[in-house]
Design a protein around this ligand. Structure first.
Ligand SMILES: Nc1ncnc2c1ncn2[C@@H]1O[C@H](COP(=O)(O)OP(=O)(O)O)[C@@H](O)[C@H]1O
Ligand code: SF4
Ligand SMILES: [Mg+2]
Length: 349
C-alpha cells in the first residue's frame, strides 16, 4: 500500500470532489447535495443536527455502498431520500435530486407516486412489508395495480415472472401467506416486489442483517446479478464492510452523521486514508483471517462523537491540535476523498 505521504492532496469544494470521485459520465440518478437532517427544536436555532452536509451521487447501473457503525446516520439518509423521516425530524439543509427533481420540495402525494415505484426499497424488517392475512400473490398484484394501469391477468403474469427471477418456487409462493415463508424467501419476494416496477433506484438498508450468513450472501449476490440485468442504481447500506467491498462500485463511509471518506471501492480498500476507515478495514480482516492475528478493535463506543472539530477526535489515535477544527474534504491522487487533517503526516498504517 503506498504511503499516504506520497499522495498529492488538494482541498476541494464538495461539488468538485463529487464530480471527480466518479469517472462515470452518465447523468446521475440521485444527487445528494449538502444534505443535513435535524431533530426539530422549539425554533431553528435549537434544531439538533444528526446528519451533516452529505454529498454523494449515484449513476445508472452503479451500486454505492454506505458504510459506518450503528448510529452513524445511514438509515436517516435512506429515510430522507424516501420522504419517510419521522415528524420530529426534517431536512434542514440541502437537496435530494432524483432524476432532476428536488425531492425535498415534493408534496407527500407526489412522493407517494415515486416511492415504491421509481425508488424501490428493501428494509431489514421485511416482515413489516407484508400484510399477515393476505396471500403473497394478491398483495403483489394489488401493489402493482396501485401504481400501474394493468389488467389483473397481466399483473398476475408479471408477478409470477418476477417471483421466478428471484429464484423462489413461484406458483407455491404466490398462493402462500407471509408466515408460511422463511426470512430468506420473504426478502426474495421483497426484491421481486421492488424489481417489478422497473425502478431507477433501489435503496437497500441492511436488507440481510436479520438473515443467516449463507442466506445473506445468496440474496446480496442475487441483488447484484439482477442489477446487472435491469441496470438500475442501488444504494446498499450496511454496517458490514465485507458485503460492500465485494459488490459496491463506490463507497461512502459515515461517522457521526458525516461522510468521512468516499470514492471507488477498490481505492478505498487498497488505500484507505481516514483513520476510521483503516480501523474498520482492519477490524474486518481480523474476522476473516484464518490464523488469529493482532486484535483490531475500534477504540471507544460507536456513538462517541465529538461536538466540535473532527467528529472522530474522541476515538482517534492520530488526533492532534489541528483536529479541534472541522476537517475539509480533500482529494487524493487516486480520485477518492476524505476529511482528515493528518493525512500528509500519516505513514499509511
Ligand atoms: N426519530 C429519531 N429521533 C431522534 N434521533 C434519532 C431518530 N432516529 C434516529 N435518531 C438518531 O440519529 C442517529 C443516526 O441514526 P440512524 O440513521 O438510524 O443510524 P444507522 O442507520 O447508521 O445505524 C442516531 O444517533 C440515532 O439515535
Ligand atoms: S482529523 Fe484528526 S481526529 Fe479526525 S480523523 Fe483525522 S487525525 Fe483523527
Ligand atoms: Mg440503520
Amino acid at each position: 500500500m503506498p504511503a499516504v505521504m506520497d499522495l498529492k492532496i488538494q482541498n476541494l469544494t464538495n461539488k468538485d470532489s463529487q464530480q471527480k470521485v466518479s469517472g462515470l459520465q452518465s447523468i446521475p440518478v440521485l444527487e445528494i447535495k449538502d444534505l443535513s437532517i435535524s431533530l426539530r427544536g422549539a425554533n431553528r436555532q435549537e434544531d439538533h443536527t444528526l446528519v451533516k452536509k452529505l454529498n454523494f451521487t449515484i449513476r445508472p447501473g452503479e451500486m454505492l455502498g454506505l458504510a459506518g457503525e450503528s448510529g452513524s446516520g445511514k438509515s436517516l439518509t435512506a429515510s430522507a431520500i424516501l420522504g419517510l423521516l419521522p415528524k420530529s425530524l426534517h431536512v434542514s439543509e440541502g437537496q435530494i435530486e432524483f432524476r432532476g427533481k428536488n425531492l425535498t420540495r415534493l408534496s407527500e402525494k407526489e412522493m407517494r407516486c415515486i416511492r415504491g415505484k421509481e425508488i424501490a426499497y428493501l428494509f431489514q424488517n421485511y416482515q413489516g412489508s407484508f400484510t399477515p392475512f393476505i396471500k403473497i400473490g394478491k398483495q403483489l398484484i394489488e401493489s402493482l395495480r396501485s401504481h400501474e394501469k394493468i389488467r389483473k391477468a397481466d399483473a398476475r403474469k408479471k408477478v409470477l415472472f418476477w417471483l421466478e427471477r428471484v429464484q423462489v418456487p413461484a406458483e407455491r409462493i404466490f398462493s402462500s401467506y407471509p408466515h408460511q415463508l422463511s426470512g430468506g424467501q420473504l426478502q426474495r419476494v421483497s426484491l421481486a416486489a421492488a424489481l417489478m416496477f422497473n425502478p431507477s433506484l433501489i435503496i437497500a438498508d441492511e436488507p440481510t442483517t436479520a438473515l443467516d450468513v449463507l442466506t445473506s450472501k445468496k440474496i446480496l449476490d442475487l441483488l447484484a446479478d439482477l442489477q446487472k440485468e435491469v441496470g438500475c442504481a442501488i444504494l446498499l447500506i450496511s454496517h458490514d464492510l465485507k458485503h460492500l467491498l465485494k459488490r459496491a462500485n463506490s463507497m461512502a463511509v459515515m461517522y457521526g452523521g458525516q461522510i468521512i471518506e468516499k470514492g471507488l471501492t477498490e481505492n478505498i480498500e487498497t488505500n484507505p486514508l481516514h483513520p476510521y476507515t483503516k480501523l474498520l478495514l482492519r477490524a474486518r480482516s481480523v474476522l476473516t483471517q484464518t490464523v488469529p492475528g493482532k486484535l483490531a478493535v475500534i477504540p471507544g463506543e460507536p456513538g462517541l462523537v465529538a461536538k466540535q472539530g473532527c467528529s472522530f477526535t474522541l476515538r482517534c489515535t492520530k488526533s492532534s491540535e489541528k483536529c479541534s477544527m472541522v476537517p475539509e474534504m480533500q482529494l487524493a491522487e487516486d480520485s477518492h476523498c476524505t476529511a482528515c487533517h493528518n493525512l500528509e503526516t500519516e505513514e499509511g498504517n
